[in-house]
Structures are given as structure tokens and as C-alpha cells.
Design a protein around this ligand. Structure first.
Ligand SMILES: Nc1ncnc2c1ncn2[C@@H]1O[C@H](COP(=O)(O)OP(=O)(O)O)[C@@H](O)[C@H]1O
Ligand SMILES: [Mg+2]
Length: 319
């Protein structure tokens, strides 16, 4: 059996997202088991560990051609996203139309590929872009909004043009995350209408684009959403805080994977109301960590305490 130290190192490596460290510890355990004559276990461990790293998203590479884009190859499954049936159907439709785009083209039609996602923070907008890229085996290019916007309108437009050149020349999923940052730079505030002009220029680029790439624009800012904006996109997805049904699914997805016997109480669901998916997922991770470190099973009471802690942070922030 692995020693307590080894297990602790494993958990730490996982928490730090340190794949190399994680691998090293697993190989140490495998070596230890081999010494004890547990050959099959040692071999299995080695086989499993070879897969680590290749499956994880690696947001390391900056494209040499365009420093405003960060490239990653995410690995996510649509089943990870807990949303309403309506939204999940819409995402399925985007995937399906992309997969069958040649068929559509032969009838003079195009697949929906300009997607606007609006909704509260932590409800899965960024995750959705990763899922679309992963499901379609496309690279995900995230546009670095802060690098894009400069004080000078001309410069920002030139940079936008470069990005849309990449969208045309290199097929992928292009995420303009929190794209309202385009209009939110305070230093641009003093010049009346400047923010709006940059945003409009962005929207024009989107409108003119007829590449094969998928463009996802995500925003937390509902105020931006006027008719002029909707018109430019093939699909608009509205994300909301999780319903009680979704909260239950989140708990199931997160906690049951760790402890299959865990029973989700009504009180837990109630205590999670008003929190975002991201916050609830965090609480589940915290509960799992506590359970690992204290060597005690997760209890509904412990989860509720962590949820209230989160709720309180929220109230303090608002006060
Ligand atoms: N709808 C969801 N279903 C499952 N997990 C979610 C969902 N929304 C958020 N999460 C969790 O929270 C993390 C952060 O969410 P993110 O996609 O960055 O939210 P947003 O972009 O809307 O602010 C995700 O990586 C995931 O672990
Ligand atoms: Mg986001």
C-alpha cells in the first residue's frame, strides 16, 4: 500500500495541477509495489500514469503568429456541463451542425458558428467554449482582451483585424471571453462614444467573418445585450444560476464521484441556492479535500457549513 506521505503528495500535486509531480509520485508507488512483488498493480499504475498529461488541458503555448491569442487543447465532455435541457440541446445543435457542415453547404446552408453566451459569473460560459473545442477536436484560442484594447482606436482595430485574419486562416474555437472588456476600459471613458465605437467595430468584424472557425463571445454584462448585438450571432445562450434540480446534479457529479454512498439532503440543496455552479463546485472540492485530510467521510452537515461560508462571503462583498 502507498504510504500516507505518498498519498499526501499525490493530493498536493493534484491540487497544484502539477502533472509532473503527480507522475513522479505514482511511479514511486509503482516501484514500491513492484518491490513487494505486486507486479500487476505496479504495471497497471505505470500504464495509467502514461495517460496523465496528454488528457489535461495545457494552456502553455502562445502562438508565435499572434501574441493576443492563447492556445489550449482542452479535454472536456459535454456531460460535465450542468445546464438546462434547452441550453444543452442548443449546444448539441452547434456540435451537430459543425460535424455535418459539408452536408449543409451542399444545400447552400451554413452551420451556426457565431455564438453569444450571456450570464452570471461562474455559470459555465468559459467551460462551454472548452467543451465545444474538445467535443469537435478543435484547438481553443482565447483572445487576450487586455492586449487587444489600447487607447487608440486605430490600433485596436488593427489588432482586431489580425485576430480575424487568424480566425480565417487557422480553424479553431475562438473565445472572446468577457468581451465587454472591450468597452469597459476606464481610461477610454473620457472620450465620449469611444468604447461603443470599438465594440461596434468588433461586431462588424464578427458580422463579416465567413470562416470555418467557431466564434464564442461570452459576457456577464446583460446591459450590453441589445437587438443590434443579437443580430450578429447565430445563437444566443442565456446562462442562469443553477435551479435546485441542477444543484442536485452538481452535487451528484462532484461528490458521488468521490463517495458513491453519499446521500444528498434537501437541506444541502436549499443551502446552495443563490450560489453559482462554480461556487458550489468549489464547495464540493473543499468538502472532498477535508474528508481526505481528516480521514472522515463527507457529511451533509459539513457541506452545509461550507456552503454557508460561501454565502457569507457573498453578503460581505455586497455590503
Ligand atoms: N454549468 C456548469 N456545470 C458544471 N460545472 C460548472 C458550471 N459552471 C461552472 N462550473 C464549474 O466552475 C468552473 C468555472 O466556470 P466558468 O466556465 O469559468 O464560469 P463563467 O465563465 O460563466 O464565469 C468550471 O470550470 C466548472 O468547474
Ligand atoms: Mg468565464
Amino acid at each position: 500500500m502507498a504510504t500516507a506521505e505518498q498519498i499526501k503528495s499525490l493530493v498536493k500535486a493534484y491540487a497544484d495541477c502539477n502533472d509532473e509531480k503527480f507522475k513522479t509520485v505514482v511511479l514511486q508507488i509503482a516501484a514500491h509495489e513492484a518491490k513487494l512483488g505486486h507486479d500487476n498493480l505496479a504495471r497497471d499504475l505505470k500504464k495509467q500514469i502514461d495517460r496523465v498529461g496528454s488528457k489535461r488541458a495545457n494552456i502553455v503555448q502562445l502562438t508565435s503568429t499572434n501574441p493576443m491569442l492563447t492556445l489550449s487543447m482542452p479535454s472536456h465532455d459535454l456531460s460535465e456541463l450542468i445546464v438546462s435541457e434547452d441550453i444543452s440541446d442548443k449546444i448539441q445543435r452547434i456540435l451537430n451542425e459543425y460535424r455535418n457542415r459539408n452536408k449543409l453547404v451542399s444545400y447552400g446552408l451554413t452551420n451556426r458558428r457565431k455564438i453569444l453566451i450571456e450570464g452570471n459569473p461562474g455559470t459555465g460560459k468559459t467551460l462551454t467554449a472548452s467543451i465545444i473545442a474538445s467535443e469537435l477536436s478543435l484547438p481553443l484560442y482565447t483572445v487576450q482582451m487586455d492586449k487587444l484594447v489600447t487607447k487608440f482606436m486605430g490600433e485596436t482595430s488593427a489588432k482586431l483585424r489580425q485576430i480575424f485574419d487568424s480566425i480565417e486562416s487557422t480553424v479553431g474555437v475562438y473565445l472572446f471571453d468577457e468581451f465587454d472588456a472591450i468597452g469597459a476600459d476606464r481610461s477610454l471613458d473620457n472620450e465620449v462614444g469611444e468604447m461603443r465605437r470599438i465594440l461596434n467595430s468588433f461586431l462588424q468584424f464578427i458580422e463579416q467573418d465567413d470562416s470555418e472557425s467557431i466564434i464564442v463571445a461570452a459576457t456577464n454584462n446583460q446591459k450590453l445585450l441589445d437587438q443590434a448585438l443579437f443580430r450578429r450571432f447565430d445563437d444566443v445562450l442565456h446562462y442562469t444560476l443553477p435551479t435546485s434540480k441542477e444543484i442536485k446534479r452538481l452535487f451528484e457529479y462532484k461528490i458521488k464521484a468521490y463517495d458513491n454512498y453519499f446521500i444528498i439532503s434537501k437541506e444541502m440543496i436549499k443551502a446552495a441556492e443563490g450560489l453559482s455552479h462554480a461556487e458550489i463546485a468549489r464547495v464540493c472540492d473543499d468538502a472532498i479535500k477535508n474528508s481526505i485530510l481528516s480521514d472522515e467521510p463527507i457529511t451533509s452537515k459539513a457541506v452545509i457549513a461550507l456552503l454557508s461560508e460561501r454565502q457569507n462571503v457573498y453578503t460581505c462583498k455586497e455590503a
